[in-house]
Design a protein. Structure first.
Length: 390
């Protein structure tokens, strides 16, 4: 058996020679002075050589360990030479299967509106890709995932952390299904974060509604952001339905808003009566953005709608972020309107909540329109009253 001294002191000769260790391992001394580790093995009655690197970059101990691993493969009937080639091909394939590549593929497969995909991609680019976007999915561990989630929560964005967790898990699900990953590392840390206890969807009191609307009116931000916020409150639509509103959806003469089916959560067209205040708001916006597709176009790209993140940013600036989120508007509207005695079915129809019976659903939306028109005009007038009391 060799010692390190044997390896270190071996001098080159005119011809190549070998220093044998044991079980097929030897050090090959070349006339050039290069000392190369080799493992000679026999597989299927055929002798072959397996290169293990050069001394002293690969020490005697390391060469023995590598030889031991190669010997295990031979016992299984696997050529270490071919195995190395396969591993190289696999690494090359894995290097192209980064998290970002598969995430983009996952997004492309989703049957979502472009604005929804853009919003989700924006979250990935801000929160996830900087940490793991360039890593092959097989190299990503649960520790990577937990680090992303902890950092996101630490900066005060637990809701974003929850969205990132769901999205990352979905991307890994695709990777596993297409044999590009073995497991979903999100699973191990799925319960690591504390539940988000912020009561963003609780109903605001009448006094809180008035204060919120007064604060938002005076926040000094973008005119479009203010009006998108007002339209959401006047109609009780979802935040994304307000900021993505398209001019072709409105019939201001009839005071109606027909939101296209593909923009609705339930994928059904939703017809809303517009109170006088909403019609006035939209008429004020017409000279400003009427030449564009969207009522509230994106500041940087007028061919795209405003992001509903603009509403959240304004609320954060005003100090409302921990007390209320735009999604809580509908909860507040439903609660207050029920308290005021309006019929539950009429309120549900206004909120486009799914009615399981298709015939009843069609009947409700057609029959309740006039009743909803009166209710929403009363609601708009109450918002003005509650603001005036602040």
């Amino acid at each position: 058996m060799l010692t390190d001294a044997h390896c270190r002191n071996a001098k080159p000769r005119e011809k190549l020679y070998r220093l044998n260790d044991f079980k097929g391992l030897y050090l090959e001394i070349k006339p050039t002075g290069v000392k190369a580790w080799r493992y000679r093995f026999k597989l299927n009655s055929k002798e072959s050589l397996f290169a293990l690197g050069n001394y002293p970059d690969v020490s005697l101990a390391d060469a023995r360990d590598a030889c031991g691993e190669a010997r295990k493969l031979v016992k299984q009937g696997i050529s270490p030479v071919q195995n190395r080639q396969l591993e190289l091909v696999k690494r090359e394939l894995d290097s192209g299967n980064t998290f970002e590549v598969i995430a983009q593929e996952w997004l492309a497969l989703k049957d979502w509106e472009d604005v929804t995909k853009t919003r989700r991609l924006d979250m990935l680019q801000r929160v996830v890709f900087p940490s793991i976007g360039k890593l092959p999915v097989r190299q990503i561990t649960s520790a990577h995932i937990l680090d992303i989630l902890n950092k996101t929560v630490a900066r005060g964005a637990p809701t974003v952390a929850a969205e990132a967790k769901r999205t990352m898990s979905s991307v890994f699900e695709l990777a596993v299904a297409t044999l590009r990953a073995d497991t979903d590392p999100v699973w191990a840390v799925r319960k690591a974060l504390p539940p988000n206890k912020t009561q963003h969807k609780r109903a605001l009191s009448v006094e809180e509604i008035g204060k919120l609307l007064v604060d938002f009116d005076g926040h000094g931000g973008n005119f479009q952001t203010l009006n998108a916020f007002r339209l959401m409150w006047l109609t009780l639509v979802r935040p994304n339905e307000s900021v993505q509103a398209e001019w072709e959806e409105f019939d201001l003469d009839s005071a109606l808003w027909k939101i296209q089916a593909q923009r609705m959560k339930a994928r059904r067209e939703h017809v809303l009566p517009l109170p006088e205040q909403a019609v006035k708001l939209l008429k004020a916006m017409r000279p400003i953005t009427g030449h564009t597709k969207y009522v509230f176009p994106n500041r940087d790209d007028r061919a795209r709608p405003m992001a509903d993140a603009a509403l959240r940013q304004a609320l954060k600036k005003l100090g409302w972020a921990k007390k209320y989120s735009p999604h809580g508007t509908r909860t507040t509207g439903s609660t207050r309107l029920n308290e005021l005695g309006y019929r539950h079915d009429v309120i549900e129809a206004q909120l486009a909540h799914a009615e399981p019976n298709a015939v009843r659903r069609t009947y409700n939306h057609a029959t309740y329109l006039d009743e909803r028109r009166g209710m929403m005009q009363d609601w708009a007038d109450l918002l003005d009253t509650w603001k005036a009391k602040i």
